[in-house]
Every structure is written in structure tokens, then in C-alpha cells.
Ligand binder design. Structure first.
Ligand code: NDP
Ligand SMILES: N[C@@H](CC=O)C(=O)O
Length: 356
């Protein structure tokens, strides 16, 4: 069955996902019966193209590599240019919208409205964008259910490492009372590189070049990104509706090379640690840098790798370690949600939405 996709945003993650589809097309079709067709891409600066019978991924990637936009995408009958993100959602024949625009840490927009528009038009949404899941989880979940569409957001926490799906499926039946870990790849990468002698600015530049940092890296270094992730974990895994103002937040921007050296001299390391703890009816949440001893379980989590521990009443502490950011890793998070979407459940609603 062909699964038609429209991509909103064609930056690191959008291109990472497109490359995976290009490389694994035959394997995905053979193993999972998943015949992916990217019918539309709408990006703020790179341009927007749509063809109901599918676009050539090779040409999309070539255009971006050569010119940074889609102006030279070969013309063919039926090709539509210039649809904005909302027009792409409404006018394309995609069953699923892949929302990989930037995360706005203040408002979550326009991604929240992208989700609403897609759901209202009977389309599934898959995203690595954290804004909607952190700021509008309850409302969007209810709307998706009402519209009988599916919403995937695995990549919003720890990119392709299954920080959401693993506890939801394999740890089901436990009472999870505490969650803590390193949830931001950029800052963990920076702290690792600063221990190796780089300055704060040099380390940040590297993290940006490697595609780990947010479009606005303030989100990473001031702890907003990890805060969003801890709110998502509380909402999705603990089923406790936390808001961003409920979380104590301190970033790493005040840490200097001297602070790093001081920690080293004491046999310690700085880590940006995110925590959630159930206390009666309340959940206490924080994101802040801590000096941990070299024997601490998180001390050896280096680079853009993340780690998360779920404290379970039955299974005990379960720790997951894996990528927290990256082009392929986050591209994979989109794929795993796509594999888990049951298209048969959504087809009826797409047919309805396309008929008006
Ligand atoms: N990179 C990573 O490792 C991870 C990223 N994420 C999240 O995934 C999302 C994508 O990240 P990433 O690809 O790295 O970010 P990028 O900044 O590389 O790409 C985002 C793209 O979205 C485009 N865009 C912005 N606003 C709009 C809009 N209104 N309509 C259409 N396109 C728009 C941008 O356009 P242009 O630049 O052309 O203006 C840009 O090409 C973010 O929300 C991020 O938080 C989550 C996990 C890991
Ligand atoms: N900027 C984020 C990307 C993934 O969410 C990070 O560095 O972890």
C-alpha cells in the first residue's frame, strides 16, 4: 500500500529522513509492505513543491546540495510549486504530514497549528518537533482521537532512541515513579569537548556544524530543550500534565573552562541532568547542571549520546542509552513512527477530508 508523505521543513531531519527512504525503499517495501512516496515538501526558504504521484528524492537532495533550494527541480506535468505549509496540508493528497520545522520554545508555533490543521483534514502527523507535544499535548491528543488519525512524536525525546515507545510498550504495567537522565545532545557534546580542551564557543560551533543544535541554540544551552523533553515525559509516560512553568531550569551557559577544570581536579564531571519525581499527587521536575563523580552512572555518557533511567516498581531501574540528536538518528525516529502507523485506520478519514 502506498503511504503518501508531505514534509514540512527540509533541514537536517527532513533531509535525514529523505535519505533513509531513498536508501531503504526496497527493504521497507519488502519487509513491512511500506511503499513510501514523498509527494510534497514545503520549506520556508528552500521552497515548496508538490506532485500527487510523488517526487524524486534523488532530485530533491541534489537540488538542496547544489543550490540550497528547489528552484532547479525538473519540471514535469502536474508539479505544483509555492504551496505554503498549510496549503500543503490541505491541498496535497498525503495521508501523513511529517512536521520537522523548528521548535519554537515560547509558543510551539506554527507547529501546533500544523497539527491542528492536519488532524482536522483527516491526516496523521509524525514529528520530531517538541513544541506541540510539550505545550499542547492534551488538546492535540484529544483532537487526533476525535478525528481518528494517528500522531507520532518518538523523535521529540532522544531522537531515534525509543525513550517514549520503550516505556509505553515494554514497561507497561509498572508504576514509574522517577525518570532522570541526560536529554540534550548539544550540551552533553559541548561539555565533553570542553573537558577535552575546547572553549565554550568552539564546542557550540562544532555541535551546530554536526546538526545537533536547535535553529536557535539558546534553547539547548539554557536548558529549554531538556525542559521540553521532561514535560513530554511527564505528560506521555507519567500521565501527569506538567506545564513548562512547573519545571526548575538552569542551563550551562554560565559554565567556563575553569569550572570544567575545577570539576576534573575533584574527580568529577559536569552533566546537564533532567529529573522527574512523583511525590504523592505532585511531580517535581528540574533541569540543571550537576557535578557528578566519575563513578556516577551518567558520568561516562559522552558526546551527543543521551541516557535515561526509569525507576519502575516491578522492573526496578531500567536505563536506556542512545543517540540524543543527529541527522540519521532523528530521521530514523520519523521512520519508526511511520512503520507503526496503521494506514488502514486512517484511510477512511482521508477520503472524507479530500471530498470537500
Ligand atoms: N537535529 C536534531 O538532531 C534533532 C531535531 N529535533 C527537532 O526536529 C525539528 C527539525 O530539526 P532540524 O531539522 O535539525 O532543524 P533545521 O533548522 O535544520 O530545519 C528546520 C527546517 O524547517 C524549515 N521551516 C521553519 N519554519 C517553517 C515553516 N513555517 N514552514 C516550512 N518550513 C519551515 C526551516 O526553513 P529554512 O531554514 O529554510 O528557513 C528549516 O529548513 C526541530 O523541531 C528540532 O527541535 C528533534 C530531535 C533531534
Ligand atoms: N538540539 C537537540 C536535538 C534533539 O532534540 C539536542 O541537542 O538534543
Amino acid at each position: 500500500m502506498v503511504h503518501r508523505i508531505a514534509l514540512l521543513g527540509f533541514g537536517v531531519v527532513g533531509q535525514g529522513f529523505a535519505e533513509i527512504v531513498q536508501q531503504k525503499y526496497g527493504f521497507l517495501k519488502e519487509q513491512y509492505g511500506l511503499d513510501i512516496s514523498i509527494v510534497a515538501v514545503s520549506d520556508m526558504m528552500k521552497g515548496s513543491i508538490y506532485h500527487p504521484e510523488g517526487l524524486s528524492i534523488e532530485e530533491l537532495l541534489r537540488c538542496i546540495k547544489e543550490n540550497g533550494n528547489f528552484d532547479n527541480y525538473p519540471h514535469q506535468i502536474g508539479l505544483v510549486r509555492g504551496l505554503n505549509s498549510f496549503e500543503t496540508i490541505k491541498q496535497s493528497n498525503a495521508e501523513t504530514i511529517v512536521e520537522v520545522t523548528f521548535t519554537d520554545i515560547q509558543t510551539g508555533q506554527p507547529a501546533i497549528d500544523h497539527c491542528k490543521c492536519a488532524f482536522e483534514h483527516g491526516k496523521n502527523v509524525i514529528m520530531s518537533n517538541k513544541g506541540p507535544v510539550a505545550l499542547a499535548y492534551g488538546e492535540l491528543k484529544a483532537l487526533a482521537e476525535k478525528q481518528h488519525v494517528q500522531w507520532g512524536y518518538e523523535g521529540s525525546v532522544m531522537s531515534g532512541t525509543p525513550a517514549l515507545r520503550m516505556p509505553e510498550t515494554s514497561l507497561a504495567g509498572n508504576n514509574i515513579t522517577e525518570i532522570q537522565g541526560i536529554l540534550n545532545g548539544t550540551t552533553n557534546y559541548m561539555l565533553t569537548r570542553m573537558e577535552e580542551g575546547l572553549s565554550y564557543e568552539e564546542a557550540l560551533k562544532e555541535a551546530q556544524k554536526l546538526g545537533y543544535a536547535e535553529a536557535n541554540p539558546t534553547s539547548d544551552v539554557e536548558g529549554f530543550d531538556a525542559l521540553y523533553k521532561i514535560v513530554i515525559l511527564s505528560n506521555v509516560i507519567l500521565k501527569h500534565p506538567l506545564t513548562i512553568t512547573d519545571v526548575e531550569r538552569v542551563g550551562i551557559s554560565h559554565l567556563t573552562s575553569e569550572d570544567i577544570e575545577m570539576a576534573k581536579a575533584e574527580g568529577k564531571k559536569w552533566k546537564l541532568i533532567a529529573k522527574l519525581k512523583k511525590e504523592g499527587d505532585r511531580v517535581i521536575a528540574s533541569v540543571k547542571p550537576e557535578m557528578v563523580s566519575l563513578y556516577h552512572p551518567l558520568a561516562n555518557i559522552t558526546g551527543a549520546t543521551n541516557a535515561i533511567t526509569y525507576l519502575c516498581d516491578l522492573a526496578g531501574p531500567i536505563t536506556l542509552i542512545g543517540a540524543g540528536a543527529g541527522k540519521v538518528e532523528t530521521g530514523f525516529s520519523i521512520l519508526i513512527d511511520l512503520i507503526n502507523i496503521d494506514l488502514r485506520k486512517s484511510l477512511a478519514s482521508v477520503e472524507v477530508s479530500q471530498s470537500y
